[in-house]
Design a protein around this ligand. Structure first.
Ligand code: NAD
Length: 361
């Protein structure tokens, strides 16, 4: 039997990442081992959307913190990407190799259906395109249909690549990445796509991954990539650091060791805490907020919800335009010496607090 419990503001207020979320639920189905949370941060712009992550969290509290932080970032991402959705996220506690199966996924579909359109979800770490196709058999609230939006990873990488070029122009005076050494931490679904784009652009790329098979797959395809340890890739001499693994790679320990002058990657919640950006500014490092650099995948997925259905050309042009629309903000931040990430946050907040995206003037 599926049990769903709404968590009260009182229960949530001391949990890191809580930001007056509209709704947070805990779900459990003992028969299938399904256990996790759905967090809905803000729906001023439209129904919540955000991927579902399955991960072997060490505690339920860690899973809840992740859901709270990731759903908040989704609100910012929708606002900045001009998407008429709000921020949500689901996390399932479990090891995909041992706990993920069709019964568990079916029980999870019941959780998503219980929102009746207030929450749309799709792929994230631990949930594959195949899983989404399976769950689509039982629900209309999943996005990422094969042959339509499909796997968002290449679109996410493309958005990161475009904004990285614009940021490089700001930091190094040229958007030409062939002059740059770039470190990618995590060569999974998105990291390997970013490696492809950077290799094509002629960049010198170093890579690291905690899983040897991910490294092997990457070097077979892109043999020029230099492999370094996942423990210290952040401290290698490089121009641009691209965190593409999990959350929190920019933390109080790593921040003092980073030599790159630009951080632009795909991982969600790269900063362990928002104050770390102040430290980055002191060190003269430009940080591109993750919800901006990784918005390409959301632009792809959310296009399935557009009137008339998915349109790949619109997706490609929106991803390109998003990066172009930040040229001026890069310049303002440089000229007036204001944090780029701070300006992007302000813009996102203005939009979702007013309930209007850039496309709804
Ligand atoms: P993935 O699971 O396919 O890849 C993550 C990779 O990081 C894996 O190869 C994993 O082994 C590696 N990794 C994990 N811990 C590591 C560590 N400590 N050091 C080095 N490598 C490590 O996931 P993905 O879909 O590529 O997503 C990567 C990140 O980007 C996640 O944070 C995800 O939330 C975010 N993101 C993904 C998308 C998307 O379109 N898939 C969109 C937006 C944001």
């Amino acid at each position: 039997m599926l049990e769903i419990k709404k968590l009260s503001a009182g229960e949530l207020k001391s949990i890191p990442g809580y930001d007056n979320h509209e709704l947070v639920i805990r779900f459990e189905n003992k028969e299938t081992g399904l256990l996790g949370f759905v967090a809905i941060h803000n729906t001023n712009l439209g129904p919540a959307s955000g991927g579902t992550r399955m991960y072997p969290y060490t505690s339920t509290k860690d899973a809840l913190i992740d859901a709270l932080k990731l759903s908040r970032a989704m609100t910012y991402k929708c606002a900045i990407a001009g998407i008429t959705n709000g921020g949500g996220k689901a996390v399932i506690i479990g090891d995909i190799d041992h706990h993920k199966n069709h019964d568990l996924l079916k029980a999870f579909v019941e959780v998503v259906n219980s929102f009746n359109g207030k929450f749309y979800t799709g792929e994230d770490v631990g949930i594959s395109e195949n899983d989404i196709q399976f769950m689509l058999n039982y629900s209309k609230f999943f996005i990422g249909r094969s042959n339509f939006a499909g796997d968002p990873s290449p679109y996410t990488a493309l958005g990161t690549f475009y904004i990285m070029r614009n940021a490089a122009e700001n930091v190094f005076g040229s958007s030409d990445l062939s002059k740059r050494t770039i470190g990618i931490k995590g060569v999974g679904k998105v990291g390997i796509e970013l490696l492809k784009l950077l290799t094509e652009a002629g960049a010198s790329v170093m890579i690291a991954d905690i899983k040897q098979d991910a490294v092997n797959r990457a070097v077979i395809k892109y043999p020029k990539a230099k492999v370094v340890s996942h423990l210290d890739i952040h401290s290698q001499p490089m121009d641009i650091f691209a965190p593409c693994a999990l959350s929190g790679d920019i933390n109080w320990e790593s921040v003092s060791q980073i030599k790159a002058k630009l951080i632009c990657g795909v991982a969600n919640n790269q900063l362990e805490s928002p104050e770390i950006n102040d430290e980055l500014i002191k060190k003269g490092i430009l940080y591109v907020p993750d919800y901006l650099s990784n918005a390409g995948g959301l632009i792809d997925l959310s296009d399935e919800l557009e009137k008339g259905g998915y349109n790949k050309e619109r997706v490609m042009s929106r991803i390109k335009n998003l990066s172009e629309s930040f040229r001026e903000i890069f310049q303002i931040s440089k000229k007036e010496n204001i944090s780029f990430a701070g300006l992007v946050d302000q813009l996102a907040e203005q939009r979702f607090k007013n309930g209007k995206t850039a496309n709804q003037k």
